[in-house]
Design a protein around this ligand. Structure first.
Ligand SMILES: [Mg+2]
Length: 427
């Protein structure tokens, strides 16, 4: 038996606003940040569990305080009791009625719970000697489903349907694991697209990302000025040619009628998708936009507050591409539910990444999905941007435009606190 002895948080903030890396129509000057947590036990294996929440600067301290507030629930607890029954860990945090009042099941508290539950799953994966994607893919369907909370979901997905999906996912799983380890998982690049970049810089990076790094899709930020957007899209399409996919991202800047009018001016560029045209809370608005801009698909999800929103988007067929995020919801169990619902509704998932640690974290879920849920990579890819990877113990590697499959035990979020030390925010 081991006991949880320490829950430690770190407020890391990287001054990315100085280079305009990360700039878009809604967020002109982000400082990429991570509210990072380490959970320690007194086991003599020396394993610590890590998790994080990505933010873009101010407010990172609020997430850290929220994580700290949960340490009272965890400190002194029998670690195995939680690790062997992750549903209990979920209930302790997500169903804590006093904390739940602050959401319910959304916002800062929910994101903080996500970091803590991720850190527990990290310990579980490290103790099993497996990367998280493999731990999840190799759990028995009934065992994995027993960790999941179906409250509010059973009109869309029942536990039995989830078990059936996972059982079906067992067929051919070993071949897919082998393929994943050999080839990796497709990525796409957002590096060229920041709104603060001059045309020349955008073109230069677009060339490098596609010709040298091998990405088969790039994405540009749009939504500040329509004439600038059309000019940049023309330059980008000319640079990458007709065979590389081109997507755009408005980061929620438009109202619904404005989105429709604006996006319809992009019809000549053969876009892979338009991302976050409006508020992520506006399901009907997205459905309206999706119908009016056909055949350009609508993508959203990186700021979708919980599984209940995803359920409604899927039921309303309000988007074409579902974009999950690794640190927006309450950790691996909620993300697994999102993937199971996507499978049920036959929706393509292209995860959001790029912020601090998001590439490292989210690839585990896409890879789990490929092995054990959807069984396909068709039309699927994980966002990639080359920033802050050097602060991770096992940084994301890209080869020929693909994410190299992580093999180190754990969930990928462990940071090298010593090297990131100078970015610790001290107020
Ligand atoms: Mg985006």
């Amino acid at each position: 038996m081991s006991t949880i002895t320490k829950v430690e948080t770190f407020d890391f903030r990287f001054p990315t606003s100085q280079t305009l890396s990360g700039s878009d129509a809604m967020n002109p000057d982000p400082d990429y940040s991570a509210a990072y947590v380490e959970i320690h036990t007194d086991a003599d294996d020396g394993i610590k569990g890590t998790g994080l929440v990505f933010t873009i600067g101010r407010g990172n301290d609020v997430v850290c305080r929220a994580i700290e507030s949960m340490s009272q629930t965890l400190m002194g607890r029998n670690a195995e009791e939680l690790l062997d029954n992750m549903r209990l860990a979920w209930d302790l945090l997500v169903r804590d009625s006093q904390l739940r009042w602050l959401g319910p099941e959304k916002g800062v508290e929910h994101m903080a719970i996500g970091a803590v539950l991720s850190a527990l799953w990290d310990i579980k994966a490290k103790r099993a000697g497996k990367p998280l994607w493999r731990l999840l893919a190799e759990m028995e369907p009934e065992e994995l489903v027993s960790t999941l909370d179906f409250r509010y979901l059973t009109d869309a997905l029942t536990p039995q349907e989830a078990i059936d999906i996972l059982k079906d996912g067992q067929k051919g799983k070993q071949e897919r694991i082998k393929h994943l380890l050999e080839v990796g998982y497709p990525g796409y690049s957002t590096a060229a697209g920041w709104l603060g970049y001059a045309d020349e810089k955008m073109v230069e990076i677009a060339k490098e990302e596609t010709e040298q790094k091998g990405f088969k899709q790039i994405k540009l930020k749009v939504g500040h000025n329509v004439d600038d957007d059309i000019r940049r899209l023309g330059l980008a399409r000319e640079t990458i040619g007709p065979n590389v996919r081109l997507a755009v991202d408005a980061n929620q800047v438009w109202d619904v009628p404005e989105a429709i009018e604006w996006i319809n001016k992009f019809q000549d560029f053969n876009l892979a998708w338009v991302e976050e045209p409006t508020s992520p809370d506006d399901i009907i608005g997205h459905a309206t936009i999706a119908r009016a801009i056909n055949p350009i698909p609508v993508a959203t999800g990186e700021q979708m507050q919980n599984r209940i929103m995803f359920k409604q988007y899927l039921q309303a067929n309000a988007f074409g591409i579902m974009q999950i995020d690794a640190t927006r919801v309450a950790g691996p169990q909620e993300i697994v539910l999102e993937y199971l619902m996507a499978k049920k509704f036959n929706k393509i998932v292209c995860p959001h990444a790029g912020g601090v640690g998001l590439c490292e974290a989210v690839c585990h879920f896409a890879m789990f999905d490929y092995c054990a849920v959807s069984g396909t990579m068709d039309g699927r890819m994980i966002e990639y941007v080359d920033n802050q990877h050097e602060y991770f113990v096992h940084p994301t590697q890209i080869k020929d435009g693909n994410y190299v499959t992580p093999t180190a035990p754990g969930n990928g979020t462990e940071m090298t606190v010593e090297t990131a030390q100078k970015y610790l925010y001290r107020g």
